[in-house]
Write a protein that binds this ligand. Structure first.
Ligand SMILES: NC(=O)c1ccc[n+]([C@@H]2O[C@H](COP(=O)([O-])OP(=O)(O)OC[C@H]3O[C@@H](n4cnc5c(N)ncnc54)[C@H](O)[C@@H]3O)[C@@H](O)[C@H]2O)c1
Length: 349
């Protein structure tokens, strides 16, 4: 393997963290991004200051509109990590066409570019736990500050990959379509595709907003002494995964491509790293040493009461499990938030 990777959406949160790992480990990294997300220019500026331009190439392009650029970009690499997306459920509800074009057609473009290339790079896809819908068939118990799965096995290990897919929300549908296309392009065309159904990821370089990236958003909002809106009871639980654990997984999945090709894996912090919104807010308030004003609104469509990824398949087949515990990961993220206070202030003034 020549060790050249193309990262679509590489200027975003997961992209820039992944780019840093691959660059550190000697890969040549090509980033293709349309820079539509706020903060992406700052992520790239920082990366360019850290790494020589001979190892890092930036392509400003759109996966929907610039198909010919995409074709040239995939023709020159060993691996494509496809992260570019419309990433929020709320904005998918407000503008389902844009969501569909970016996530379904954009991902189809990536797959087609790979299928029609001579080199046929490995292609990894960042799917989402939203492909499992609201999991209504898994009853939950309600506690003071959190929900919990009723079923003992699921409580212990989390949601397994054989749970039925049940796309809910335009975002769930568009990501789910791409998820299935990636698996099918392995079956039909023999492409080396791998799908990661990611739970909640957090870490430095996450320009979290109220619509998406809630761990970062709560941290940024509290640092700026802004109030926080909670949609629903706040008892919703997620298994939080630090972004370095995810980028390590991407690299391992490439190394083990003979085992991982054509497969989907549920990926998150697992049962050891689960927290409800209210439990996280308690931590945040004690970290900040002050109360954070909270307001409550109706639950958002497609919001699961709990999602915890059962990561045993990833462990058994790839040898991966999360290594960061939440406190360690949170310290790294909040240091980054503090260090960029001026930028966040300018965003909101
Ligand atoms: N962050 C999470 O918790 C999480 C959880 C599950 C799945 N995911 C998936 O992981 C991927 C990366 O998410 P992220 O958190 O880094 O989000 P992000 O918004 O930081 O990164 C997405 C990047 O895609 C770029 N982009 C958007 N539309 C594009 C287009 N048409 N052409 C080219 N570039 C485009 C944006 O500018 C941005 O840099 C997404 O596919 C997302 O659905 C993220």
């Amino acid at each position: 393997m020549k060790n050249k990777i193309l990262i679509t959406g590489g200027a975003g949160f997961i992209g820039v963290n992944s780019a840093r790992r691959f660059l550190k480990n000697g890969w040549e990294v090509h980033i293709l991004d349309n820079f539509s997300r706020r903060g992406t220019d700052l992520n790239i500026e920082k990366l360019k200051n850290e790494y020589s331009t001979s190892k890092l190439k930036i392509i400003k392009a759109d996966i929907v509109k610039d198909y010919s650029v995409l074709c040239v970009a995939v023709s020159d690499v060993d691996v494509v990590l496809h992260l570019a997306a419309q990433v929020a459920v709320t904005t998918s509800v407000a503008n389902p066409r844009h969501d569909f074009e970016t996530n379904a057609i954009g991902s189809f473009n990536v797959l087609e570019a790979v299928r029609l290339s001579d080199n046929k790079p490995i292609v990894l896809y960042s799917s989402t736990n939203k492909v499992y819908g609201c999991l209504e068939h898994l009853p939950v118990k309600e506690f003071d500050k959190h929900y919990q799965f009723h079923d003992k096995e699921i409580h212990k290990y989390g949601v397994h990959e054989n749970v039925n897919l049940d796309y809910h929300s335009p975002y769930g549908c568009s990501k789910g379509i791409a998820d299935q296309y990636f698996i099918d392009y392995n079956r039909i065309y023999g492409l080396k595709t791998v799908v990661f159904r990611q739970s909640c990821i957090y870490g430095p370089h996450q320009f979290g907003i109220e619509d998406q990236g809630w761990v970062a958003w709560f941290t940024i909002a509290s640092m700026l002494e802004r109030g926080i809106n909670i949609y629903g009871t706040g008892k919703q639980v997620r298994d939080l995964l630090f972004v370095d654990d995810l980028s390590r997984l991407y690299e391992l999945a490439i190394e083990k491509i003979n085992k991982t090709a054509g497969k989907a894996y549920n990926i998150g912090g697992g049962p050891e790293n689960k927290l409800s919104l209210l439990q996280f807010l308690d931590k945040l308030m004690s970290h900040m040493g002050r109360e954070i004003p909270l307001a409550y609104s109706d639950i958002r469509s497609g919001d699961q009461p709990i999602f915890i990824a059962d990561t045993r398949k990833a462990f058994n087949e790839i040898g991966w499990k999360p290594e960061y515990d939440f406190n360690e990961g949170f310290d790294a993220m909040s240091e980054w938030v503090k260090g960029n206070r001026g930028i966040f202030n300018s965003f909101f003034n």
